[in-house]
Ligand binder design. Structure first.
Ligand code: ATP
Ligand code: MG
Length: 568
């Protein structure tokens, strides 16, 4: 036991969120023998999304911060929807976020025997009964929060009969839906969850771990608290929708716990993001109906989708830190998440040249076979990032939008008769262009100033615009995938009268096949690498990349709408 409160090593009370404060207080008070054990309890019925990341950062983060442990527990109580594919993806995603459960990998299905034994005990004590009514009949008798429910005609059937029925339920003698095991608590309770909640239902679908051993499966409310107890979990941290379940959690746990140890449930607000959906059911629908390319489609709010898109664990954690943990539900602005990945990539991504919509420029006074190797800083934000070389030759590509024959005022890019600077290169003056029959620009002509190379005296001249470019002879063709928001409306879940699929943004993916990149990029890019394409945005190398073709995902544009809002 802790005797002197002053000696407890928790000086940093400032800046604790409300959950950390509770944990800190419990530890100081020596509750549960001074232990801290949390758990992250995903149901393996889908891939994890960024909402789960918030729960993971809490469950694993708080254990780390206060010297406790965090269990990974698969809440695998519904074999119909669950699969090992999901188990594997969940583990991969937690590791990627930077957390580890060591040897504490558990499954609610490991506790099926213990839960079944507890159910038998409760039946024997007259605290549970088998109800042979239909789900509709049971629902009709539930009442409303202000009107008490009606007792089931099976509520007072003899204990022996209930025992016999429950055992036969588990042997598979009854059809699914024909009966359930209910806790006998209080049909008049103001808390609807106390009105004889269902403990077990019949499911005949085989389970991915226990096969056909069981025909009855525990409901969440009968499994969760007890699983926490069996594992020695001290703080069972979950989201606000479970607040109304807490009295029932405590009711069942009390059947097992004593004064020396009892798990405690604490709830915080969910993470919700604008322009996307967070429900696993809807995400599964998007995947199954091929409305996206898979769970890891870079437009998905899943962790694997964000990873493929180019998000880093650090940027996700920093976003979660910023939104914080409270007791109030909120819709979080996706531009805040975008802000955090920009900040992170700004520090770590090497700058390279890529031209998304190329048009050729011929430097007419530059010798045909000459090549200049120009040196470029990899990352001005990181002095250890070094430099790389980029070839310059007579023909280069620039962005089509960077040239205008008859520009409006304040167009400081390329236009006949004006000078522009080439990034890390020479100053060039446009002398004219060639158009095809349709009036489209085919080729632009320029002259360079040999004295204006970066570092030379001539480069000091004031020139307003600086353009990115690649050497036509040396560049490589790559594929670039541009993403926009998956949905057209801020909060698809709120549009109750519309099917959420009608709200999808039809232009959320645009594929560019004629993108030209500098040779340095083509030579160094590995799947998962992050780059800043100068003046365009942050891009990451997609796993679809092959030896013949590099594929890039646009993680995010350079323009930061969140910073703009902040600076207003
Ligand atoms: P389901 O509808 O399948 O229950 P779920 O999103 O609740 O979906 P679980 O696998 O049960 O999925 O969630 C595991 C944990 O993640 C739970 O503790 C849950 O509270 C938490 N969690 C789920 N969604 C969010 C979210 N949007 N924000 C924060 N935590 C979340
Ligand atoms: Mg859930």
């Amino acid at each position: 036991m802790i005797e002197n409160k002053e000696e407890i090593p928790f000086e940093e009370e400032k800046g604790l969120n409300f959950v950390e404060q509770i944990v800190s207080d419990d530890l100081k008070a020596g509750k549960n023998g001074g232990r801290l054990n949390t758990r992250f309890p995903p149901e393996p019925n889908g891939y994890l999304h960024i909402g789960h990341a918030k729960a993971i950062c809490m469950d694993f983060g708080i254990a780390q911060k206060f010297g406790g442990t965090c269990n990974l527990r698969f809440d695998d109580t519904n074999p119909v929807k669950e699969d090992v594919e999901y188990v594997e993806s969940i583990k991969e995603d937690i590791h990627w976020l930077g957390y580890d459960w060591g040897d504490r990998e558990y499954y609610a299905s490991d506790y099926f025997p213990k839960l079944y034994a507890l159910a038998i005990r409760l039946i024997k004590e007259g605290k549970a009964y088998v109800d042979q009514q239909t789900a509709e009949q049971i629902a009709e008798q539930k009442g409303t929060p202000t009107v008490p429910g009606k007792a089931s005609p099976f509520r007072d059937s003899p204990i022996e009969e209930n025992l016999d029925l429950f055992e036969r339920m588990n042997k598979g003698e009854f059809e699914e839906g024909s009966c359930v095991l209910r806790a006998k608590i209080d049909m008049a309770s103001p808390n609807m969850h106390f009105r004889d909640p269902i403990m077990y239902r019949i499911i005949k679908h085989p389970h991915h771990r226990t096969g056909t051993t069981w025909k009855v499966y525990p409901m969440y409310d009968f499994a969760h608290g007890q699983s926490d107890f069996f594992e020695g979990v001290t703080h069972s941290i979950c989201t606000l929708e479970f607040e109304v379940h807490r009295p029932l959690y405590e009711y069942f746990v009390k059947e097992l716990a004593d004064d020396s140890y009892c798990p405690r449930q604490i709830e915080f607000n969910r993470l919700n993001l604008t322009y996307t959906v967070m429900s696993k059911r809807k995400l599964l629908q998007l995947v199954k109906e091929n409305l996206v390319a898979g769970w890891d489609d870079p437009r998905m709010p899943t962790i694997c989708g964000l990873r493929r898109r180019g998000y880093t664990p650090e940027s996700i954690k920093s976003f979660i830190d910023t939104i914080g943990y409270t007791k109030y539900e909120a819709l979080n602005d996706v531009s805040l998440l975008e802000h955090s990945i920009r900040e992170d990539l700004n520090k770590r991504a090497n700058r390279v040249s890529a031209v998304l919509d190329p048009v050729k420029v011929v430097i007419t006074n530059y010798p045909e076979d000459k090549v200049d190797m120009l040196s470029i800083e990899n990352n001005p934000e990181d002095e250890n990032a070094g430099t790389h070389e980029m070839p310059f030759s007579r023909e280069i590509y620039i962005e089509r939008a960077d040239f205008m024959e008859e520009p409006p005022k304040k167009f400081f890019r390329m236009t006949p008769g004006k000078e522009v600077r080439l990034k890390a290169g020479y100053i060039i003056m446009c002398t004219g262009c060639k158009k095809n029959d349709a009036g489209e620009i085919e080729e632009i002509y320029c002259e360079y100033d040999p004295n204006s190379k970066s570092g030379m005296e001539g480069s000091m001249r004031k020139v307003k615009g600086t353009l990115h470019w690649v050497s036509a002879r040396h560049c490589k063709d790559v594929e670039v995938r541009l993403y926009d928001r998956l949905f057209n409306v801020e909060n698809p879940a709120e549009e109750k009268d519309k099917d959420f699929r009608e709200l999808l943004n039809p232009d959320s993916l645009k594929v560019l096949n004629n993108v030209k990149v500098e040779p340095y990029l083509a030579a160094t890019a590995k799947v998962g690498d992050h780059y800043q394409f100068q003046r365009i945005g942050y891009f990451s190398v997609d796993p679809d990349t092959t030896a013949d073709k590099l594929v890039f995902n646009r993680t995010i544009t350079l323009k930061d709408s969140w910073a703009k809002v902040q600076n207003k």
